[in-house]
Design a binder for this molecule. Structure first.
Ligand SMILES: N[C@@H](CCC[C@H](N)C(=O)O)C(=O)O
Length: 294
């Protein structure tokens, strides 16, 4: 099967984007994995599929697969690339787009400098919304939020860490660290991602507060490993930081791949806004075997 694709990146979080507006590609999990493979495929953290409007009032359907081939609910950096992609290919002429994700409808605003502002929806903090199995755990209250104890025991780690949790449609755990560059993301990331208290696994954020309006963040993503940036992770980390009383309502998030601006009022009834870059890297085509072992 011969597939045309566009390679894009948003703050270094990279994507293979597929146009399915004129028909679905017959892709299975193994195909998404092959496209994401940095040796045998194109290489990407996520594969984004652009599908036609599924309902009146919605412009497109936005489908996301992680590098491990699993379909997921939300991808913030990808949402900005999605908006730039549909505009640059003439699939729309609108500056504001409403797109359907597995997590619900999100709104994308193309802004003048080539960036995109995304209304990422409301954050949720109740354990059931991630889901997080909080049975028998006592949270540590802080500000208007809380941190949950998480016992990590494996590969030389045996300690209880306290994490804030948030859903941005997809699940996030956020660990506060003193110096994110020294955080042991490679060891702790997989332990948090696959912790049995998160039955659908979780994206693990490592958050360093620089001041009340600036943070550094690294994210070990569910199904992709550490990425250079995670948009929904930035939204979740800032929302948790605001709830814990550590951050103002507008925060610059410095990631290894670039800077994102996150804004949230602190009221759970309000949505979180994320602004950042979206860049096309190259276009190409790839021959994928029809049969690939799952
Ligand atoms: N890179 C993303 C998040 C992609 C999905 C995530 N790995 C998950 O499994 O939930 C972003 O920019 O938000």
């Amino acid at each position: 099967m011969h597939i045309r694709f566009t390679k894009m990146q948003g703050a270094g979080n990279d994507f293979v984007v597929l146009d399915e507006t004129r028909g679905r590609l017959p892709l299975r999990r193994a195909h998404y994995r092959r496209l994401a493979d940095r040796h045998f495929g194109v290489g990407a953290d996520q594969i984004l599929s652009v599908r036609p409007s599924p309902a009146p009032g919605i412009d497109f359907e936005y489908v996301i697969h992680n590098a491990d081939g699993g379909q997921v609910q939300q991808c913030g950096n990808g949402a900005r690339c999605f908006a730039r992609y549909v505009r640059s290919r003439g699939l729309t002429h609108q500056d504001v787009l409403r797109v359907q994700t597995l997590a619900g409808v999100i709104e994308l605003h193309l802004v003048a400098d080539g960036g995109v502002r995304v209304d990422m929806g409301r954050p949720a903090f109740a354990p059931a919304r991630l889901p997080f199995d909080a049975a028998g755990l006592r949270p540590l209250p802080q500000g208007s939020g809380e941190k949950w104890p998480l016992a990590l025991e494996d590969k030389g780690v045996d300690a209880i860490f306290h994490v804030a949790i948030a859903s941005m449609g997809n699940p996030h755990a956020v660990l506060l660290v003193d110096d994110v560059e020294r955080a042991d993301v490679a060891r702790l990331g997989p332990l948090i991602e696959g912790h049995p208290r998160f039955p659908e696994r979780v994206n693990a954020g490592f958050l360093q507060i620089l001041d009340r309006a600036q943070v550094r963040l690294r994210v070990y993503e569910r199904g992709a490993g550490e990425t250079l940036a995670c948009g929904s992770g930035a939204c979740a980390a800032v929302a948790c930081g605001i709830r814990l009383g550590l951050l103002e309502r507008q925060v610059q998030v410095h990631t290894r791949g670039g800077r994102l601006e996150i804004a949230w009022s602190g009221d759970p009834a309000d949505t979180v806004f994320m602004t950042g870059p979206a860049v096309t890297v190259f276009e190409g085509s790839i021959e994928l075997p029809d049969e690939l072992p799952d």
